[in-house]
Design a protein around this ligand. Structure first.
Ligand code: R1P
Ligand code: URA
Length: 292
């Protein structure tokens, strides 16, 4: 029997668009670029021709057009894994649920998703300006734990090694952290031979969860030091951002291909930052548009 989705579960607006994104099914391309900042959608959009749509609702801004003949949709997610839950579920519904019958389509339509973001670097080989492609993500956010199949797609031994190394017994991000691989074929194509392939922590905040201490002391003052010297099977943790784990995890569960590429705008080890990155991220955008 086909799965049916009631109007309370999949909310469709009166104009036939999906609830938060305000995107209609016919506007979604198979290749999707996700960015955090709604302002970055215009930057990606400036490279697109034959625009089919430009819609905006809350922090979710979407443009579909073509780049060198490839049909691409760019969507902003805002900040955080909670927003990735909304964006991924609504994109997947646009692709794989018939909005007229509210039933799952018989054939999976697989999307290819690349998130282009900014991040904090954690290693000597990740100075400001480095492009890091997330091979693995460590989710401090807990989102994936609400979905069945989490244990089948996560690297449970890596998770255990990381928790043991940190010495965290529970409260910090229980029952997370979860460790999830990005899509291997997509990493090969997007990272090619000129990006650092890294292990990314997707944190549930920009300050405390990334070991930034302003007026309130941290629960674990040695957090970043331990993260920086953690090593497991040759992997080291390279960067902090706030969305890659939910993107990789939900994509795996839904059958899509995804990875995240970020430009380092702050190196936490040597304590340097660059706030004038908005122009240089265009180099990363063009690279991803060429390779997606
Ligand atoms: C924090 O400043 C934001 O920047 C990073 C983090 O993941 C978080 O969303 O990504 P974006 O530049 O894509 O927003
Ligand atoms: N985005 C983050 O989440 N952390 C940083 O340090 C920089 C950008």
């Amino acid at each position: 029997m086909k799965k049916y989705f009631a109007s309370s579960e999949l909310i469709i607006n009166d104009d036939g668009s999906v609830f938060h994104l305000h995107v209609k099914p016919e506007w979604l391309a198979d290749k999707v670029i996700l960015v955090g900042d709604p302002g970055r959608v215009a930057l990606v959009g400036s490279h697109l021709e034959n625009r089919e749509c430009e819609v905006e609702s809350r922090e979710f801004k979407t443009i579909t057009g073509t780049y060198k003949g490839k049909r691409i949709t760019v969507v902003s997610t805002g900040i955080g894994c909670d927003n990735i839950d909304i964006v991924m579920n609504e994109l997947d519904a646009l692709a794989n649920i018939d909005f007229n019958t509210r039933e799952e389509k018989p054939q999976l339509r697989q999307l290819e998703l690349v998130r282009i973001g900014t991040c904090g670097g954690l290693q000597p080989n990740t100075p400001v300006g480095t492009f890091i492609c997330s091979q693995k993500s460590i989710g401090f956010d807990g989102l994936l734990n609400f979905y069945s199949g989490r244990n089948e797609v996560c690297d449970l031994q890596f998770e255990r090694a990381f928790l043991n190394h940190m010495g965290w017994s529970g409260n910090m991000c229980a029952p997370a952290p979860y460790v999830i691989d990005a899509n291997a074929e997509l990493i090969e194509r997007i990272a090619a031979d000129d990006m650092v392939r890294g292990v990314t922590i997707a944190a549930g905040g920009f300050f405390g969860p990334q070991g930034r201490e302003l007026r309130i002391p941290l629960a674990d003052p040695k957090q970043n030091e331990k993260i920086e010297n953690f090593e497991y099977n040759g992997y080291r943790i390279t960067n902090f951002e706030m969305e890659s784990s939910a993107l990789a995890g939900l994509s795996r569960l839904m059958g899509h291909k995804a990875t995240t590429v970020c430009m380092v705008i702050a190196n936490r080890l040597i304590k340097e930052a660059n706030t004038g990155y908005k122009n240089t991220i265009d180099v990363l955008i063009k690279t991803v548009l060429d390779r997606i």
